[in-house]
Design a protein around this ligand. Structure first.
Ligand code: SF4
Length: 310
């Protein structure tokens, strides 16, 4: 499978089959915290970056086996709404496999385009991000394509809320001293109250981000922010279900990762190529191995290298 990955245990959606509609790393943002590396094509141009018919063929092959899934999720190594064929795949799933719920994990930057809003209307859950309201913080944290303006993005999200009948889980990623000031929190709360998402999910760094100066915000601070955002329905995104609860967790993959980095430390991209594993899927295993203390990461010129903990 070239464009499908998993099923992976997702922190937000349970057992989720990933569908990747853009190559690494096509995105409208270049967030400093991105876990899949620096954006190499910083664009807002929509086109068929990946041939949609091939994606549909893979889905047919996979879904005909009637897998047990909580969601089919558009996400991956870049921004899925940049693929102009997104609507076609969504309609295909809804028509031929209506038993599956669909989610779109998106950076939310393109909903000011009517065609993008129209294409996602049939899905069940949209998980857009909004990390900042003020343009200055947006530029620092998300480093957007030069044609994107945050007020236009926010207008697009309001419009989406009006037209979309499914659930919206708004994600806010927090980085200390970047978007956790009182002023920014007041603005974020104002916008979220107006947008009325079904849920606000607070997130922070889980594994090394693109830039090594970025750190995770503490749990205490996340709790403080959660209290501040009340009465909005807010959750701090919990760690994924543990591997014991996940049928799709593959012990062999874990061993292969450990075996490989025992010989020499590798970056996530090296590992993904060597083990022929989608970067997003690999990331779940790396997070689990870091949490269990079996591996650690080390920043070098070519990125973060994963190695066995000494
Ligand atoms: S975190 Fe998401 S939106 Fe930000 S650069 Fe990475 S893929 Fe793009």
């Amino acid at each position: 499978m070239k464009y499908l990955f998993g099923p992976v245990p997702s922190r937000r959606l349970g057992i989720s089959l990933g569908v990747d509609l853009v190559p690494h790393k096509v995105c409208s943002l270049n967030c400093i915290y991105c876990e899949v590396g620096r954006t190499t094509n910083l664009t807002i141009e929509r086109k068929e970056y990946i041939p949609i018919n091939e994606v549909i063929n893979e889905l047919k092959e996979y879904l005909n086996q009637k897998p047990e899934l909580d969601f089919i999720t558009f996400s991956g190594q870049g921004e899925p709404t940049l693929n102009s064929g997104l609507g076609k795949v969504i309609n295909f799933i809804k028509e031929y496999y209506p038993q599956y719920k669909i989610a779109v994990i998106t950076n939310g930057t393109l909903f000011w385009k009517k065609e993008v809003r129209d294409e996602v209307l049939p899905v069940d859950v949209i998980l857009p991000s909004l990390d900042a309201v003020s343009e200055q913080v947006f530029l620092k944290l998300n480093r957007p394509n030069k044609n994107l303006k945050n007020d236009k993005i926010i207008e697009g999200l309001f419009q989406l809320r009006k037209e979309f009948k499914g659930k919206i889980y708004l994600e806010i990623f927090f980085a200390p001293q970047l978007n956790d000031s009182k002023e920014e929190l007041i603005l974020l709360k104002e916008i979220a109250l107006k947008m009325k998402p079904d849920l606000v999910q607070l997130n922070t760094l889980d594994r090394p981000g693109t830039e090594d100066f970025i750190k995770a915000i503490t749990n205490e601070d996340l709790k403080r922010i959660k209290d501040f955002l009340e009465p909005l329905p807010v959750v701090i995104i919990a760690k994924a279900k543990t591997r014991k609860q996940i049928k799709s967790f593959n012990k062999n993959i874990e061993e292969q990762i450990l075996d490989t980095i025992k010989r020499r430390p590798c970056t996530d991209k090296d590992l993904s190529e060597m083990l022929n594993l989608h970067l997003n899927e690999l990331n779940k295993y790396l997070s689990e191995l870091i949490d269990s203390g079996k591996i650690e990461s080390d920043k070098q010129d070519r990125g973060f290298f994963f190695k066995i903990t000494k």
